[in-house]
Design a binder for this molecule. Structure first.
Ligand code: DQQ
Length: 545
């Protein structure tokens, strides 16, 4: 059982026990004055209070000053009315101009229909927002004609449209296999009008869960309030596809008057765009952090072991490290995601390894001491002559169907092995792979290989990843957060992100190690810089009751 105990994370958020899934809502509570909510970040999450599997969904609640160290609080909302008897599901908060807070959430009714309900803080002067009142008007929205009673959930944070002095709220739905989002107009969050048409629809995608819709600045102006629009603003539409349990996003233009959103790249983004994270990652949500003027995105990371093992462990799931999300002004085609700077306060014992040459077919151990809680930043270059000289044409590389780190080609794979034991019987590989097309152009892929991450039998192990844009003159760069059973990786400054759950049996406690590796047949890779920090545990004081 030692290995099961070891799997609990040290600085990723998780409850003390039982099941957790998507984030319900999170926000920086600093809208109208520095003292109003005393600067607490609130996290509400989907929680089963009695078991390590999904069910009895209530709202767990925790608060933080820095998004890293958390104070667990009592349950915020439980199923106690006919309109949420089968679960208090995902919702979102909206600040009104007077600084008050409204919460919209999906209730699964006594008949398991999905309706939207309104709640608000019982005592707005309580910075911990311990108690919530459910509106007497509930449910405030029921599935409209033509929409299935179980296909109507997860209201977004509302955004304000000045021209008609009212709010918009988006809700995910579907018709057969066509997923779409409905937009409602409201002035008071009690009465709603369904707008004509759908904001966006994509055949073949199925139900859209946890839709998120938010503006990003294309001119480097940091994070934007959810209601921002106008010049220099684009809108991100994110959907969670429950058929695949993956999150997708595309960047486009929002026309509030026409109630439409048009993807920038109608072909690539129609379906609907790129993965937010290529690994185990689902039901992400963002919020605008007024405190630091940034948009923060985070997400539920489920388990890839068996339910039986989760029951033995007594817990299931963690949350990602919150990420700052911005528009990539260099490529103009993708978002950038990067761990909030607060996580760097946990760094300790920096170790530097510069200009390490990694020859084809070799591994280089890095002496970093205890290697179960790490933050790693590394940069790699390949000799220009090798990039130009290689003739192999293999631009159709696909991380997921490849042999992962064990495959071999002229220019990859190479990168790092984390949570590896000294004999490399267990290893999680984070790597780059460069493919060359017949016309000579190069494509770089960023992948994470779980295939040899554990000797345990009851696991889903895959190679995750995708193409990552690399601009002329850029080194290949990676950041990796290792936290026991979580590996969160960011390629090229967060253009492509991959999260894995891994469950080593040997590479645990003091036996976990880090290596550089290069399994290319031709390329000599130089790790121009590698910085490895140990990470202290975040503090998670005991639950108040
Ligand atoms: N799980 C919630 C739903 C949501 C789904 C229920 C995905 O509200 O659609 O636990 O997180």
């Amino acid at each position: 059982n030692e290995e099961l105990i070891w799997q609990r994370t040290a600085y990723h958020f998780q409850p003390f026990k039982n099941w957790m899934n998507g984030i319900v809502y999170n926000s920086a509570l600093l809208t109208t004055g520095p003292l109003f909510y005393k600067g607490w970040y609130h996290l509400f999450y989907q929680y089963n209070p009695v078991s390590a599997v999904w069910g009895n969904i209530t709202w767990g609640h925790a608060v933080s000053h820095d998004l890293i160290n958390w104070l667990h609080l009592p349950l915020a909302m439980v199923p106690d009315h006919w309109y949420d008897m089968n679960g208090v599901w995902t919702g979102s908060a909206t600040f009104l101009p007077d600084g008050s807070l409204v919460m919209l959430y999906t209730g699964s009714t006594n008949e398991s229909a999905q309706v939207q309900n309104l709640a608000y803080p019982a005592d707005p002067s309580d910075p911990l927002l311990l108690n919530w009142v459910k509106s007497k008007a509930n449910p405030v929205l029921v599935p409209p004609p033509g929409i299935g009673s179980k296909d109507f959930r997860d209201p977004t944070t509302a955004w304000f449209i000045e021209s008609d002095n009212s709010w918009r709220v988006m809700i995910g739905s579907r018709n057969g296999m066509t997923g779409f989002s409905l937009v409602y107009k409201t002035k008071d969050f009690v009465e709603y009008e369904l707008l004509d048409g759908v904001l966006h629809a994509v055949p073949g995608t199925g139900m859209w869960e946890c839709v998120d819709f938010y503006p990003v600045s294309t001119t480097g102006n940091g994070g934007l309030d959810t209601s921002a629009n106008g010049l220099g603003v684009k809108h991100v539409l994110k959907v969670s596809l429950d058929n695949y349990m993956n999150d997708y996003y595309a960047i486009g233009t929002y026309d509030a008057r026409a109630n439409t959103w048009t993807p920038d790249d109608p072909v690539a983004d129609a379906g609907i765009g790129a993965r937010v994270d290529y690994g185990k990652y689902y039901a992400s949500k963002s919020f605008f952090d007024q405190n630091k003027g940034r948009r923060v995105l985070w997400s539920w990371i489920g388990e890839t072991d068996s339910e039986q093992t989760d029951l033995r462990k007594g817990w299931a799931s963690v949350q990602t490290i919150p990420r700052v999300v911005t528009f990539d002004e260099k490529t103009k085609t993708n978002l950038l995601q990067w761990p909030v700077e607060e996580v760097e306060a946990l760094r300790t014992d920096a170790k530097d390894f510069s200009h390490v040459k990694v020859n084809p077919g070799s591994v280089v151990p890095l002496d970093v001491g205890t290697a179960t809680q790490l933050d790693i930043e590394a940069e790699f270059v390949i000799d220009e002559a090798e990039l130009v000289g290689t003739v192999e044409a293999d631009v159709g590389y696909n991380c997921s169907t490849s042999a992962g780190a064990a495959g071999r080609s002229a220019l990859g794979p190479f990168g790092l092995l984390v949570l590896a034991d000294k004999d490399l019987l267990e290893q999680t590989a984070v790597y780059f792979y460069i493919g060359r097309a017949i016309d000579g152009s190069l494509k770089t892929y960023f992948c994470q290989d779980e295939l040899r991450s554990s000797k345990a039998k009851d696991l889903v192990k895959r190679v995750h990843g995708s193409m990552v844009p690399v601009l002329h003159g850029e080194k290949l760069s990676v950041r990796i957060l290792v936290d026991h059973s979580v590996v969160e990786s960011f390629g090229q400054g967060g253009r492509t992100c991959i999260t894995s759950r891994v469950y080593p049996t040997k590479a645990i406690y003091g036996a976990a190690r880090v290596f550089l590796f290069n399994n290319a047949t031709e390329a000599v890779v130089t790790a121009t810089s590698v910085r490895v920090w140990g990470m202290n545990a975040a503090s998670v004081p005991t639950m108040l009751s």
